[in-house]
Design a protein around this ligand. Sequence first.
Ligand SMILES: NC(=O)c1ccc[n+]([C@@H]2O[C@H](COP(=O)([O-])OP(=O)(O)OC[C@H]3O[C@@H](n4cnc5c(N)ncnc54)[C@H](O)[C@@H]3O)[C@@H](O)[C@H]2O)c1
Length: 474
Amino acid sequence: MQANIDATVIEEVFRKQKAASMRLKQKTVQERLDSLRQLKEWIKSNREKIKEAVWDDLKKPPTETDLTEIYVVLSEISHAVKWLPKWAGVHKIKGYLPLVGSKSYIQMEPKGMALIISPWNYPFNLAIGPLVSAIAAGCTVVLKPSEMAPSTSRLIGGMVSEVFREEEVTVIEGGPLVVQTLLSKPFDHVFFTGSPAVGKSVMKAASEHLTSVTLELGGKSPVLIDKACKISEVAERVVWGKFLNCGQTCVAPDYVLVHETEADRFFEEMKVQVRKMFNPKDRGTANNEDYGRIINPQHLERLQDMFSEALDKGAQIVVGGEVDKAGNYMAPTVLREIRTDLKLMQEEIFGPLLPVLTYSDIDEAIAFINSKPKPLAIYVFTEEDFFSDYVLTHTSSGTAVINDCAVQFGHPGLPFGGVGQSGMGKSHGYYGFLAFSNQKAVLHQKTGFTPVRNLYPPYGFKKRKIVSLFLRFK
Ligand SMILES: NC(=O)c1ccc[n+]([C@@H]2O[C@H](COP(=O)([O-])OP(=O)(O)OC[C@H]3O[C@@H](n4cnc5c(N)ncnc54)[C@H](O)[C@@H]3O)[C@@H](O)[C@H]2O)c1
């Protein structure tokens, strides 16, 4: 682990990994499985330390860390261990008549040297999830965790130096300058999780070396609530998905569109559910088991600014609204009477403010969603399949969930990622493995006769006829 890194240290790390990457690319599946199992053991044996580090950084309730940081990563590892022999094996491709006699297959080749840049909001999960995929694929890794979650970054550095050799995985701590220095190196893949603005600059820097990128970004994920649904159940699921980690979740519902006939019942149920899940008496105590904190005063200020603008322009508080600057606390807050020109409706909120708008016509609601950049997720609540089918075929999003929120992240078999401004490429399970692999197409031609040889120049009458015949059957 390196702190306050300078360019020469990065140069040295890069040189060492480069020298080792060819050898590590040849690591057997068994060796990769052993590494993943060791990682899993370390995490299981150090569960308390992980929870302490995340508490230090985010005051995240330990049970929430167990669920959303540790359990999710352990599931990712178990899934990779189970399937890696199949993923990494040769994938045979069916024969093709014009190339009769040849054999075709896909060979999964590790891309080589990977750079992983991770954010602060799930500081363990979002650093280690991609690491699991990179190790499964056989890559070396430089991992740059977030400087805004220093305790977890330090813990990750310690874990990596215990589990991996330096030339295999190295953690480099630091902020934007360190990222820029790292990006000046010709890595074979960059896996970035963070904001769309920084994602753009990462892609720009990677393009200098034509390095491939996975960009896991954010955006405004809507919730669309149909007339036909159980409002109390909907409210419970929206409250959980939104206020988990104080709304600092890339796939958190960013705003709600509820059918106007259900709006009043929805607001009542949101009050009930917020009060049921989050006890305000816990506020500020070290034993707060239910609700975390805003990462830092700057983010709290950004949220307060959005909040006061909304109130100034007519928004009303359904529930919540309390702020305690000293403790970086902002209560789970639901707002109504929302104007669409508010910052709250223009920028990704990434905090515990939930604006709720109403709609009367589904096409208007869909047009509103489509007027914004494509989101990471769309959440549709309905009892009618035709309603969810209609919404999903008339909108575009990285992921979609019907009748729940945020749970798609926890399924290692589903590809996770955005589309358009919410991201590029996919992660988790097989899709994460693919991000760090070159799917090398191999065609093994037999020696001696091949049908293609019949068509080599010079193109006499007979060959022209054969080609015309081929074309007739296409
Ligand atoms: N799609 C996903 O899986 C996912 C998951 C979590 C968070 N996010 C998104 O991440 C954002 C919040 O996380 P964040 O605040 O840590 O993001 P961020 O973009 O500020 O930071 C992410 C990483 O980039 C680095 N960085 C920051 N500014 C930089 C710069 N100017 N140049 C180079 N590197 C820089 C940071 O050190 C950090 O490691 C939100 O937009 C959220 O939606 C997406």
